[in-house]
Design a protein. Sequence first.
Length: 408
Amino acid sequence: MQTITAPPTNETKNREPRAPRKPLWRSAVEVVICLMLAVFALESLFAIAGVGGQEFMQIDHKLGTKHIPNKQVIWRMEGFSADKLNSFGYRDIEHTVAKPLGVKRVAVMGDSHSEGLQVPLQDTYARRLEESLNDSAHKTADKTNYEVLNFACSGYSTAQEYVQFSQEVVPYKPDVTVILMHWGNTTANIVDPNKRRLAQPRPYFYLDSEGALKEDDSVSDWYYKPGAESEPLAKTIAFLQRHSRIYGVLCQTDLALNINERLYWRLRGAVQRGITMAQGKNHKAEPPGPAYVEQDATEVTEALVVALSKECAKNGSKLVIMLLPDPSGKASEKLSKELTALGAQNSFGLLDLSDAFKTHPASKDLFLRVHLSSQGHKFVADTLQSFLQQNGYLSANSEPLAAQQRQL
């Protein structure tokens, strides 16, 4: 006799055994693995596309920031370049620290205008100057070889360059040291002693009550000194700067929005102020540092240039200051006159590029937006070479004359 089985009722279904629930730790591990795979895939995609390579700076306790050695940098924000920093972190080809026999060296220092990320490495005025000097020497049967070393770094002030010279440039024994100054460099050399908490971590200088030039490292110490409260965050950021293209994309997006979108700029400022308020009273305290009166940026800058000229002379190098023209002409004109007088007294040369740029038949083509174009770098290299050769800066055993303090 055939037995007929009744279909399962809802009550029967409910009694059926359920699959065991996945342990919470296993779910967490799977999520972490999926996130890691997603990050790896996105990092690989950005690497293939050449995106996120603009983060090329690292924290430095003494200088504030410096380049990351051997970092591949792809720059698109103004102009374009895709080059690798050398093993010392300079935007330059490789050079030995020890100066070879029969070589004269020119050290180039400055900020982003000399660093020249907006153009390919071979188009920067430092590289063009080296090539041109050697071509000229070969045509005149001069057996001297020339090396032009570029120590420039984005955002550097005259104060940072003064510190950098003793720390990094002196070992290369340059015969001539050239600093390209921008009209806005002066304000970055000083810090308001009552607003150190808002300042960027880097060296600052001031003139004491007796007029002596003194260094103020209180802001860098506050942020970067070993054991500082912000050290764990600083180390995390340094790791991401070196290894993460995702971090690079986020930073460049933040920078572009901050520059171009006023609403974003306001919201960003409001969020930062809110974080500061939430951190409590202890974070509102100013970093401890030397007490001094509010400083005049131009006076401190001029004192730094004089001090740098003395350091150069002490290390067998001749200092040349190049001034990049500003749009109005007023700021650089005033600074040019004051540096000309100081140069005559302290044996450093001044090359004011203002007149040379004005008389160029296509002066608008010398700049992209803010920085020099490839044509601009070539024009600076040619003008600088003429100045150095005409005034004997690269001649054997010759000292610049007072006439070398003229402007071109």
